[in-house]
Design a protein around this ligand. Structure first.
Ligand code: NDP
Length: 250
């Protein structure tokens, strides 16, 4: 029996949905029938991503802004509610790195990573949870990293933001569970995107040698799990961290 996931009638928002992992998540949610809003800073690629979603026969909505700005998130939220009227699926995917060993880490690099990766998700979740509690339904998917589970030298700021996102999500999951809202975390390993290309070939080869399945993951590997977590098939799963990492974390 073929299993199909039907998200038609659902309204989703993906932060950082204009490229990389977020873009593939937005596309796969749209393929499953959901209307999808994309929120990120680069106006041109946000518009292009939203237009591509609309080309799939669902509604794509471009929302330009910085997850590090309360005002940008609030403005985007108002537009989202005006255009979509509800939010069923929130994917907090926007993220940055500012790597460096702790002793050399500039305070601004610490604060920037925490503000985008962790506080950015807080900004969106606070607004979304209020709406979902009113709707008595909804699902939140936060994109962390295996680095938030196992740590990584040179990434104390990134690891702290991603570990923080896990604690945040587990706590929120319990706060909203009584209204049927689920909150889960995806922790990707090494996925082929601009973020990992920036590591260079040598570092990439070294990482691959440590992955039991022997290859980098694709954005589709992460997006397939996001679609499952956004669907009624995962209604009884909440407060979980699921690693998509080729067996690296176990
Ligand atoms: P990319 O660097 O390819 O994309 C990052 C996305 O986040 C872009 O869409 C970018 O859009 C958006 N973004 C960054 N800063 C902001 C901001 N301040 N406000 C709004 N949007 C922002 O990253 P990936 O696709 O590789 O990663 C996506 C997520 O997955 C991140 O959270 C990352 O930490 C996580 N992850 C990635 C892994 C990997 O191997 N690639 C492994 C583990 C986790 P714009 O620049 O236009 O704002």
């Amino acid at each position: 029996m073929a299993v199909t996931i039907d998200l038609s009638g659902k309204r989703a928002l993906v932060t950082g949905g204009n490229r990389g992992i977020g873009r593939t998540i937005a596309e796969r949610l749209a393929e499953a029938g959901a209307d999808v809003a994309v929120f990120a800073r680069n106006e041109q690629s946000v518009a292009e991503a939203a237009a591509a979603l609309s080309g799939r026969g669902v509604r794509g909505l471009a929302l330009v802004g910085d997850v590090g700005s309360d005002a940008d998130v609030e403005r985007a939220w108002d537009t989202l509610m005006k255009e979509f009227g509800q939010l069923d699926i929130l994917v907090n995917n926007a993220g940055i790195t500012r790597d460096g060993l702790l002793l050399r880490m500039k305070p601004e690099d610490w604060h920037a990573v925490l503000d985008v990766n962790l506080t950015g998700a807080f900004r969106w979740c606070r607004l979304a949870a209020k709406q979902m509690l009113r709707q008595k339904s909804g699902t939140i998917i936060n994109i962390s990293s295996i680095v938030g589970v196992i740590g990584n030298p040179g990434q104390t700021n990134y690891a702290a933001s991603k570990a923080g996102l896990i604690g945040f999500s587990k706590s929120l999951a319990v706060e909203v569970a009584a209204r049927g809202i689920t909150v889960n975390v995806i922790a990707p390993g090494f996925i082929e995107t601009e973020m990992t290309h920036a590591l260079g070939e040598h570092a990439q080869a070294e990482f691959v040698s440590r992955i039991p399945l022997g290859k980098l993951g694709t954005t589709g590997d992460v997006a397939d799990l996001a679609v499952f977590l956004a669907s009624p098939m995962s209604d009884y799963i909440t407060g979980q961290v699921i690693c998509v990492d080729g067996g690296l974390t176990r």
